[in-house]
Design a protein around this ligand. Structure first.
Ligand SMILES: NC(=O)c1ccc[n+]([C@@H]2O[C@H](COP(=O)([O-])OP(=O)(O)OC[C@H]3O[C@@H](n4cnc5c(N)ncnc54)[C@H](O)[C@@H]3O)[C@@H](O)[C@H]2O)c1
Length: 376
């Protein structure tokens, strides 16, 4: 069955990924309309794809018959839009980060359960064929885990979208502007129960919730695959004027440690996202290319040794694109009535951990009395 689909939000991720990818799956989806308040973005979608657009998502939901929506607007709008879509009986694929407030996710869970609709959160890396292969390779190996290290160095996408057809409202591609940042900041204040300064707000909304949410979601997936029973935040830190963030995790108590660090390096046209998993007899390393370099396979190697003889094994699982497989999975979930990954419950677990790490980072700033020197 073809799913009649609407997309809400026509900025960077929709222009680069969702719109072209949905249109490339005509057996599964009919892309009926797109809603976005930005004239520039609607005009681009109309001119390039000949699609109907709406200024307001409510008008779109009222105006056309849909089965499902993709929500690709800024995160502070996700809850309101997701509630409206579920109440109209539409299945939802919602971009990450889902929300900042756990209570909002609980509301969405109740609404999903009352309606029996599919709600999938868009963590596309979980659909990466190399990630799927990696999860099989480490399955059941919890007792061997020693350390998980994650490093992300991101120039904030500018070098990687040049080869895509886009028209973005500002030179940075962030159409939603300062007021969106204010909304996000106010929500983070509510979620953390305190008034954050601008450095803390940028750190929580940027490195933590916009970027590290991908890696926290993957670490939870790794723990599930291995059978690791607990993953708790032990420490958090903000740095690089709010463009860097880091957290420490305890995995199965004191058995193993996780360390995640994200830093934006604005003028370095290079992307690094490396996840290293150390077991007691080998180390795996996953290296993701920039998310916008489509069909570039994620690299996976295993380093092991016998005495001094070292072996490096490289694994590859094809060239299928994670963003496309995510859409195929969403269609399959709608057809079967079941999702097998990226549920609301999974997102709630990720958000809870990110909030705990954010609290620890804020507390450590207060303890070190560094706030006054880093305002702005
Ligand atoms: N999965 C990934 O790797 C990935 C990558 C980038 C962005 N994202 C996520 O996708 C979402 C959008 O990010 P982006 O980079 O495309 O941002 P963007 O600012 O480029 O685009 C957001 C769009 O939403 C529109 N918008 C704002 N309020 C709206 C509303 N109420 N209704 C409809 N549209 C509205 C804006 O006008 C803008 O066109 C964010 O949640 C972001 O975290 C995910």
């Amino acid at each position: 069955m073809r799913v009649r689909l609407g997309i809400i939000g026509a900025g960077l991720i929709s222009q680069v990924e969702h719109v072209p990818n949905v249109l490339a799956l005509p057996d599964r989806f009919e892309l009926v309309a797109i809603a976005d308040p930005s004239f520039q973005h609607r005009d681009f979608i109309e001119q390039r794809y000949g699609l109907a657009t709406y200024t307001s998502y409510r008008d779109m939901l009222d105006g056309v018959a849909l089965d499902a929506v993709i929500i690709a607007s800024p995160e502070h709008t996700h809850y309101e839009i997701a509630c409206a879509a579920l109440k109209r009986g539409h299945h939802v694929l919602c971009e990450k980060p889902l929300c900042y407030l756990e209570s909002e996710i609980e509301d969405l869970i109740a609404c999903r359960d009352a309606t029996g609709l599919i709600f999938q959160v868009a963590h596309m890396k979980r659909w990466d064929p190399t990630v799927e292969m990696f999860f099989e390779l480490i399955s059941g190996k919890a007792s061997q885990l020693r350390f998980i290290g994650v490093e992300v160095n991101d120039p904030n996408y500018w070098p990687f979208i040049e080869q895509h057809a886009t028209r973005l409202e500002t030179s940075t591609g962030v159409a939603s502007g300062a007021s969106a940042e204010d909304h996000k900041g106010a929500m983070v204040d509510r979620a953390l129960g305190s008034h954050l300064d601008s450095f803390e707000r940028r750190s929580v909304t940027g490195p933590f919730f916009a970027s590290m949410v991908h890696d926290i979601n993957l670490i939870h997936g790794i723990c599930d695959a291995m059978g690791v029973m607990s993953c708790e935040a032990m420490a958090g830190a903000f740095f690089a004027e709010g463009w860097g963030g880091s957290c420490l995790l305890s995995l199965n108590g004191e058995q193993a440690l996780g360390q995640v660090a994200h830093v934006t390096v604005p003028h370095l046209a290079d992307y690094l996202e490396r996840i290293s998993v150390f077991l007691d007899d080998c180390r795996y390393e996953l290296r993701f290319p920039s998310p916008y370099l489509n069909s570039q396979p994620t690299e996976l190697i295993r380093i092991s040794s016998s005495g001094n003889r070292q072996e490096v094994t490289s694994f590859r699982s094809g060239f299928r694109e994670a963003f496309v497989r995510e859409l195929e999975g969403f269609h399959e979930a709608i057809m079967s009535g079941r999702i097998d990954r990226n549920s609301l419950e999974d997102a709630k677990r990720d958000v809870r951990l990110l909030l705990a790490a954010s609290r620890l980072a804020i507390a450590s700033r207060s303890n070190a009395d560094v706030k006054s020197g880093a305002q702005g």
